[in-house]
Design a protein around this ligand. Structure first.
Ligand SMILES: Cc1cc2nc3c(=O)[nH]c(=O)nc-3n(C[C@H](O)[C@H](O)[C@H](O)COP(=O)(O)OP(=O)(O)OC[C@H]3O[C@@H](n4cnc5c(N)ncnc54)[C@H](O)[C@@H]3O)c2cc1C
Length: 450
């Protein structure tokens, strides 16, 4: 009998673990390499955040089947977990109580990926060579050989900088002690940094508005707390979301609650604020926005940079990649998730075919597969890895049959994604998504976005 294929899964987040469960189900051997001390390391950093998708959207089917074999008590599908509850009630049992336990290597930071005996330039016979994955675990360099690689390392560890042009703001590196990237735990772990002090929050997405709502709660408890919202765009309304039209009601409510907070005047808003420089002003921080006409300055104690995330690609230098030049995601996915075109999380079902790279056997999955696009949902990642793993296992038909029905956001800023191939129209319409075209319509118009 031929040996079972080994699949290296980079990253032990929700999507990496789901991939591992699918690999096991197909009779192959998964090895998960996770940089953090535990699986779900990135989610643990936002454990205080209440998720806007309920449990029914957060659990992968193969993972659920694996957990069922060890007497797992599934949480109620309609409830909304925090990141911490997602870890405690789902990721932790999956990683420590199922057969995945022996297939996860924690404290293992992947540093490079290549093909044994082949540098990037060498072609003939390349696809038959195993992958070599190098990683560091504090005991010296380690190496793993694998038949296929799924990169599910997410983007949490590579936040976007404060600078409005995508570069670090001048001086940003020198004032790191005054900055928090992502979503600090303002009411809990990081309370001491913000209570009774002045903070600025930079960004327009869910992380920014969640942090601003938490700061307003902190101000209710500690009235000397002050905060200001720094927004690059001139239209704060764009951050308010779909309200009652959002099928993920918790996400709609978050936007609506924030809109009310802004309307009440409790949130000071600086629109059109494009950070160019960060300077120290004694013990404080001066945040500077330089436009052609004039310079504006806000002086605060702390700056929360919630400007999104980007994929880390350096360790893939020896892998043959093809990425969208703007979003840094697989090219076939780009038109479906481009925030210039549409802002909702609805995406046409996609799988191995769209996620494949010129390097045979190498795939992006999960948050990282979206590159710089901000609208990824876990459920999308679970369908991605189901399809990818079926493809690796040689079940091409199952790989091709992608099915995904995502909840709509109720708003979409653009005309909706253009379809990559004419034969995709049927599938897209069947998904019934916000930006899916109506049946038999050409790619242009959308069910809600046209
Ligand atoms: C605050 C917040 C709230 C969110 N809420 C929702 C929600 O309600 N519903 C929803 O569907 N989605 C939500 N998302 C989006 C998304 O579903 C989550 O980010 C989800 O965790 C993505 O899963 P992932 O496995 O792709 O990536 P991650 O969870 O980021 O996991 C990637 C893992 O890879 C590890 N890693 C990184 N680099 C390396 C390396 N070089 N070597 C080895 N390991 C590495 C990391 O430590 C991490 O554990 C939210 C995201 C954020 C940030």
């Amino acid at each position: 009998m031929a040996e079972a294929k080994t699949v290296a899964i980079l990253g032990g987040g929700p999507v990496g673990l789901a991939a591992a469960a699918h690999v096991l189900e197909h009779g192959m051997e998964p090895v998960v390499l996770e940089a953090g001390p535990d699986a779900g390391h990135a989610v643990r950093q936002w454990s205080h955040v209440r998720m806007f998708s309920p449990w029914e959207y957060n659990i992968d089917k193969a993972a659920e089947r694996l957990l069922a074999t060890v007497g797992w008590n599934a949480p109620s599908g309609s409830e909304y977990p925090t990141g911490g509850e997602l870890v405690a009630q789902y990721l932790e049992p999956l990683a420590t109580r199922t057969p995945l336990r022996d297939r996860i290597r924690t404290n293992s930071l992947v540093t490079s990926v290549g093909r044994v005996g082949f540098d990037k330039v060498k072609t003939r016979g390349r696809e038959a060579a195993p992958f070599e994955v190098r990683y560091e675990n504090g005991k010296g360099p380690e190496s793993l050989r694998a038949d296929a690689v799924i990169d599910a390392t997410g983007t949490w560890l590579a936040p976007n900088p404060a600078g409005a042009d995508g570069l670090m703001a001048m001086g940003e590196r020198r004032v790191q002690d005054r900055l928090a990237y992502g979503m600090p735990d303002v009411l809990g772990r990081d309370r001491g940094r913000y209570a009774g002090r002045t903070a600025a929050v930079l960004g327009a997405g869910h992380s920014a508005i969640g942090t601003l709502i938490d700061l307003s709660r902190l101000k209710d408890e500690v009235p000397t707390t002050e905060f200001v919202w720094l927004l690059r765009s001139d239209t704060p309304e764009k951050s308010f979301g779909g309200g009652a039209n959002d099928k993920l009601s918790a996400r709609g409510e978050l936007g609506a609650a924030f809109a009310a907070l802004v309307a009440s005047g409790k949130v000071k808003v600086e629109t059109g604020f494009r950070v160019s420089r960060l300077d120290r002003a004694g013990q404080r921080l001066r945040v500077v926005s330089a436009a052609a006409c004039c310079e504006r300055t806000v002086t605060v104690d702390e700056l929360v940079v919630a400007t999104g995330f980007r994929p880390e690609l350096d360790f893939l230098r020896e892998v043959r990649l093809s990425l969208d030049p703007a979003l840094e995601c697989p090219p076939a996915l780009a038109p479906l998730i481009d925030p210039n075109e549409h802002s909702c999380g609805t995406v046409r079902p996609h799988g191995a075919r769209e996620l494949a790279q010129p390097e045979p056997g190498f795939y992006f999955a999960g948050m990282k597969s979206y590159g710089r696009a901000p609208t990824f949902l876990m459920l999308t990642g679970y369908e991605q890895v189901r399809s990818i793993v079926a493809e690796i296992a040689g079940d091409h038909e199952a790989a091709r049959k992608v099915e995904l029905v995502l909840p709509e956001t109720g708003v979409c800023s653009g005309p909706g994604p253009q379809l990559a191939q004419p034969d995709d129209v049927g599938t897209a319409a069947a998904s019934g998504g916000c930006c899916a075209p109506a049946p038999h319509k050409a790619a242009k118009g959308g069910a809600c976005c046209g």
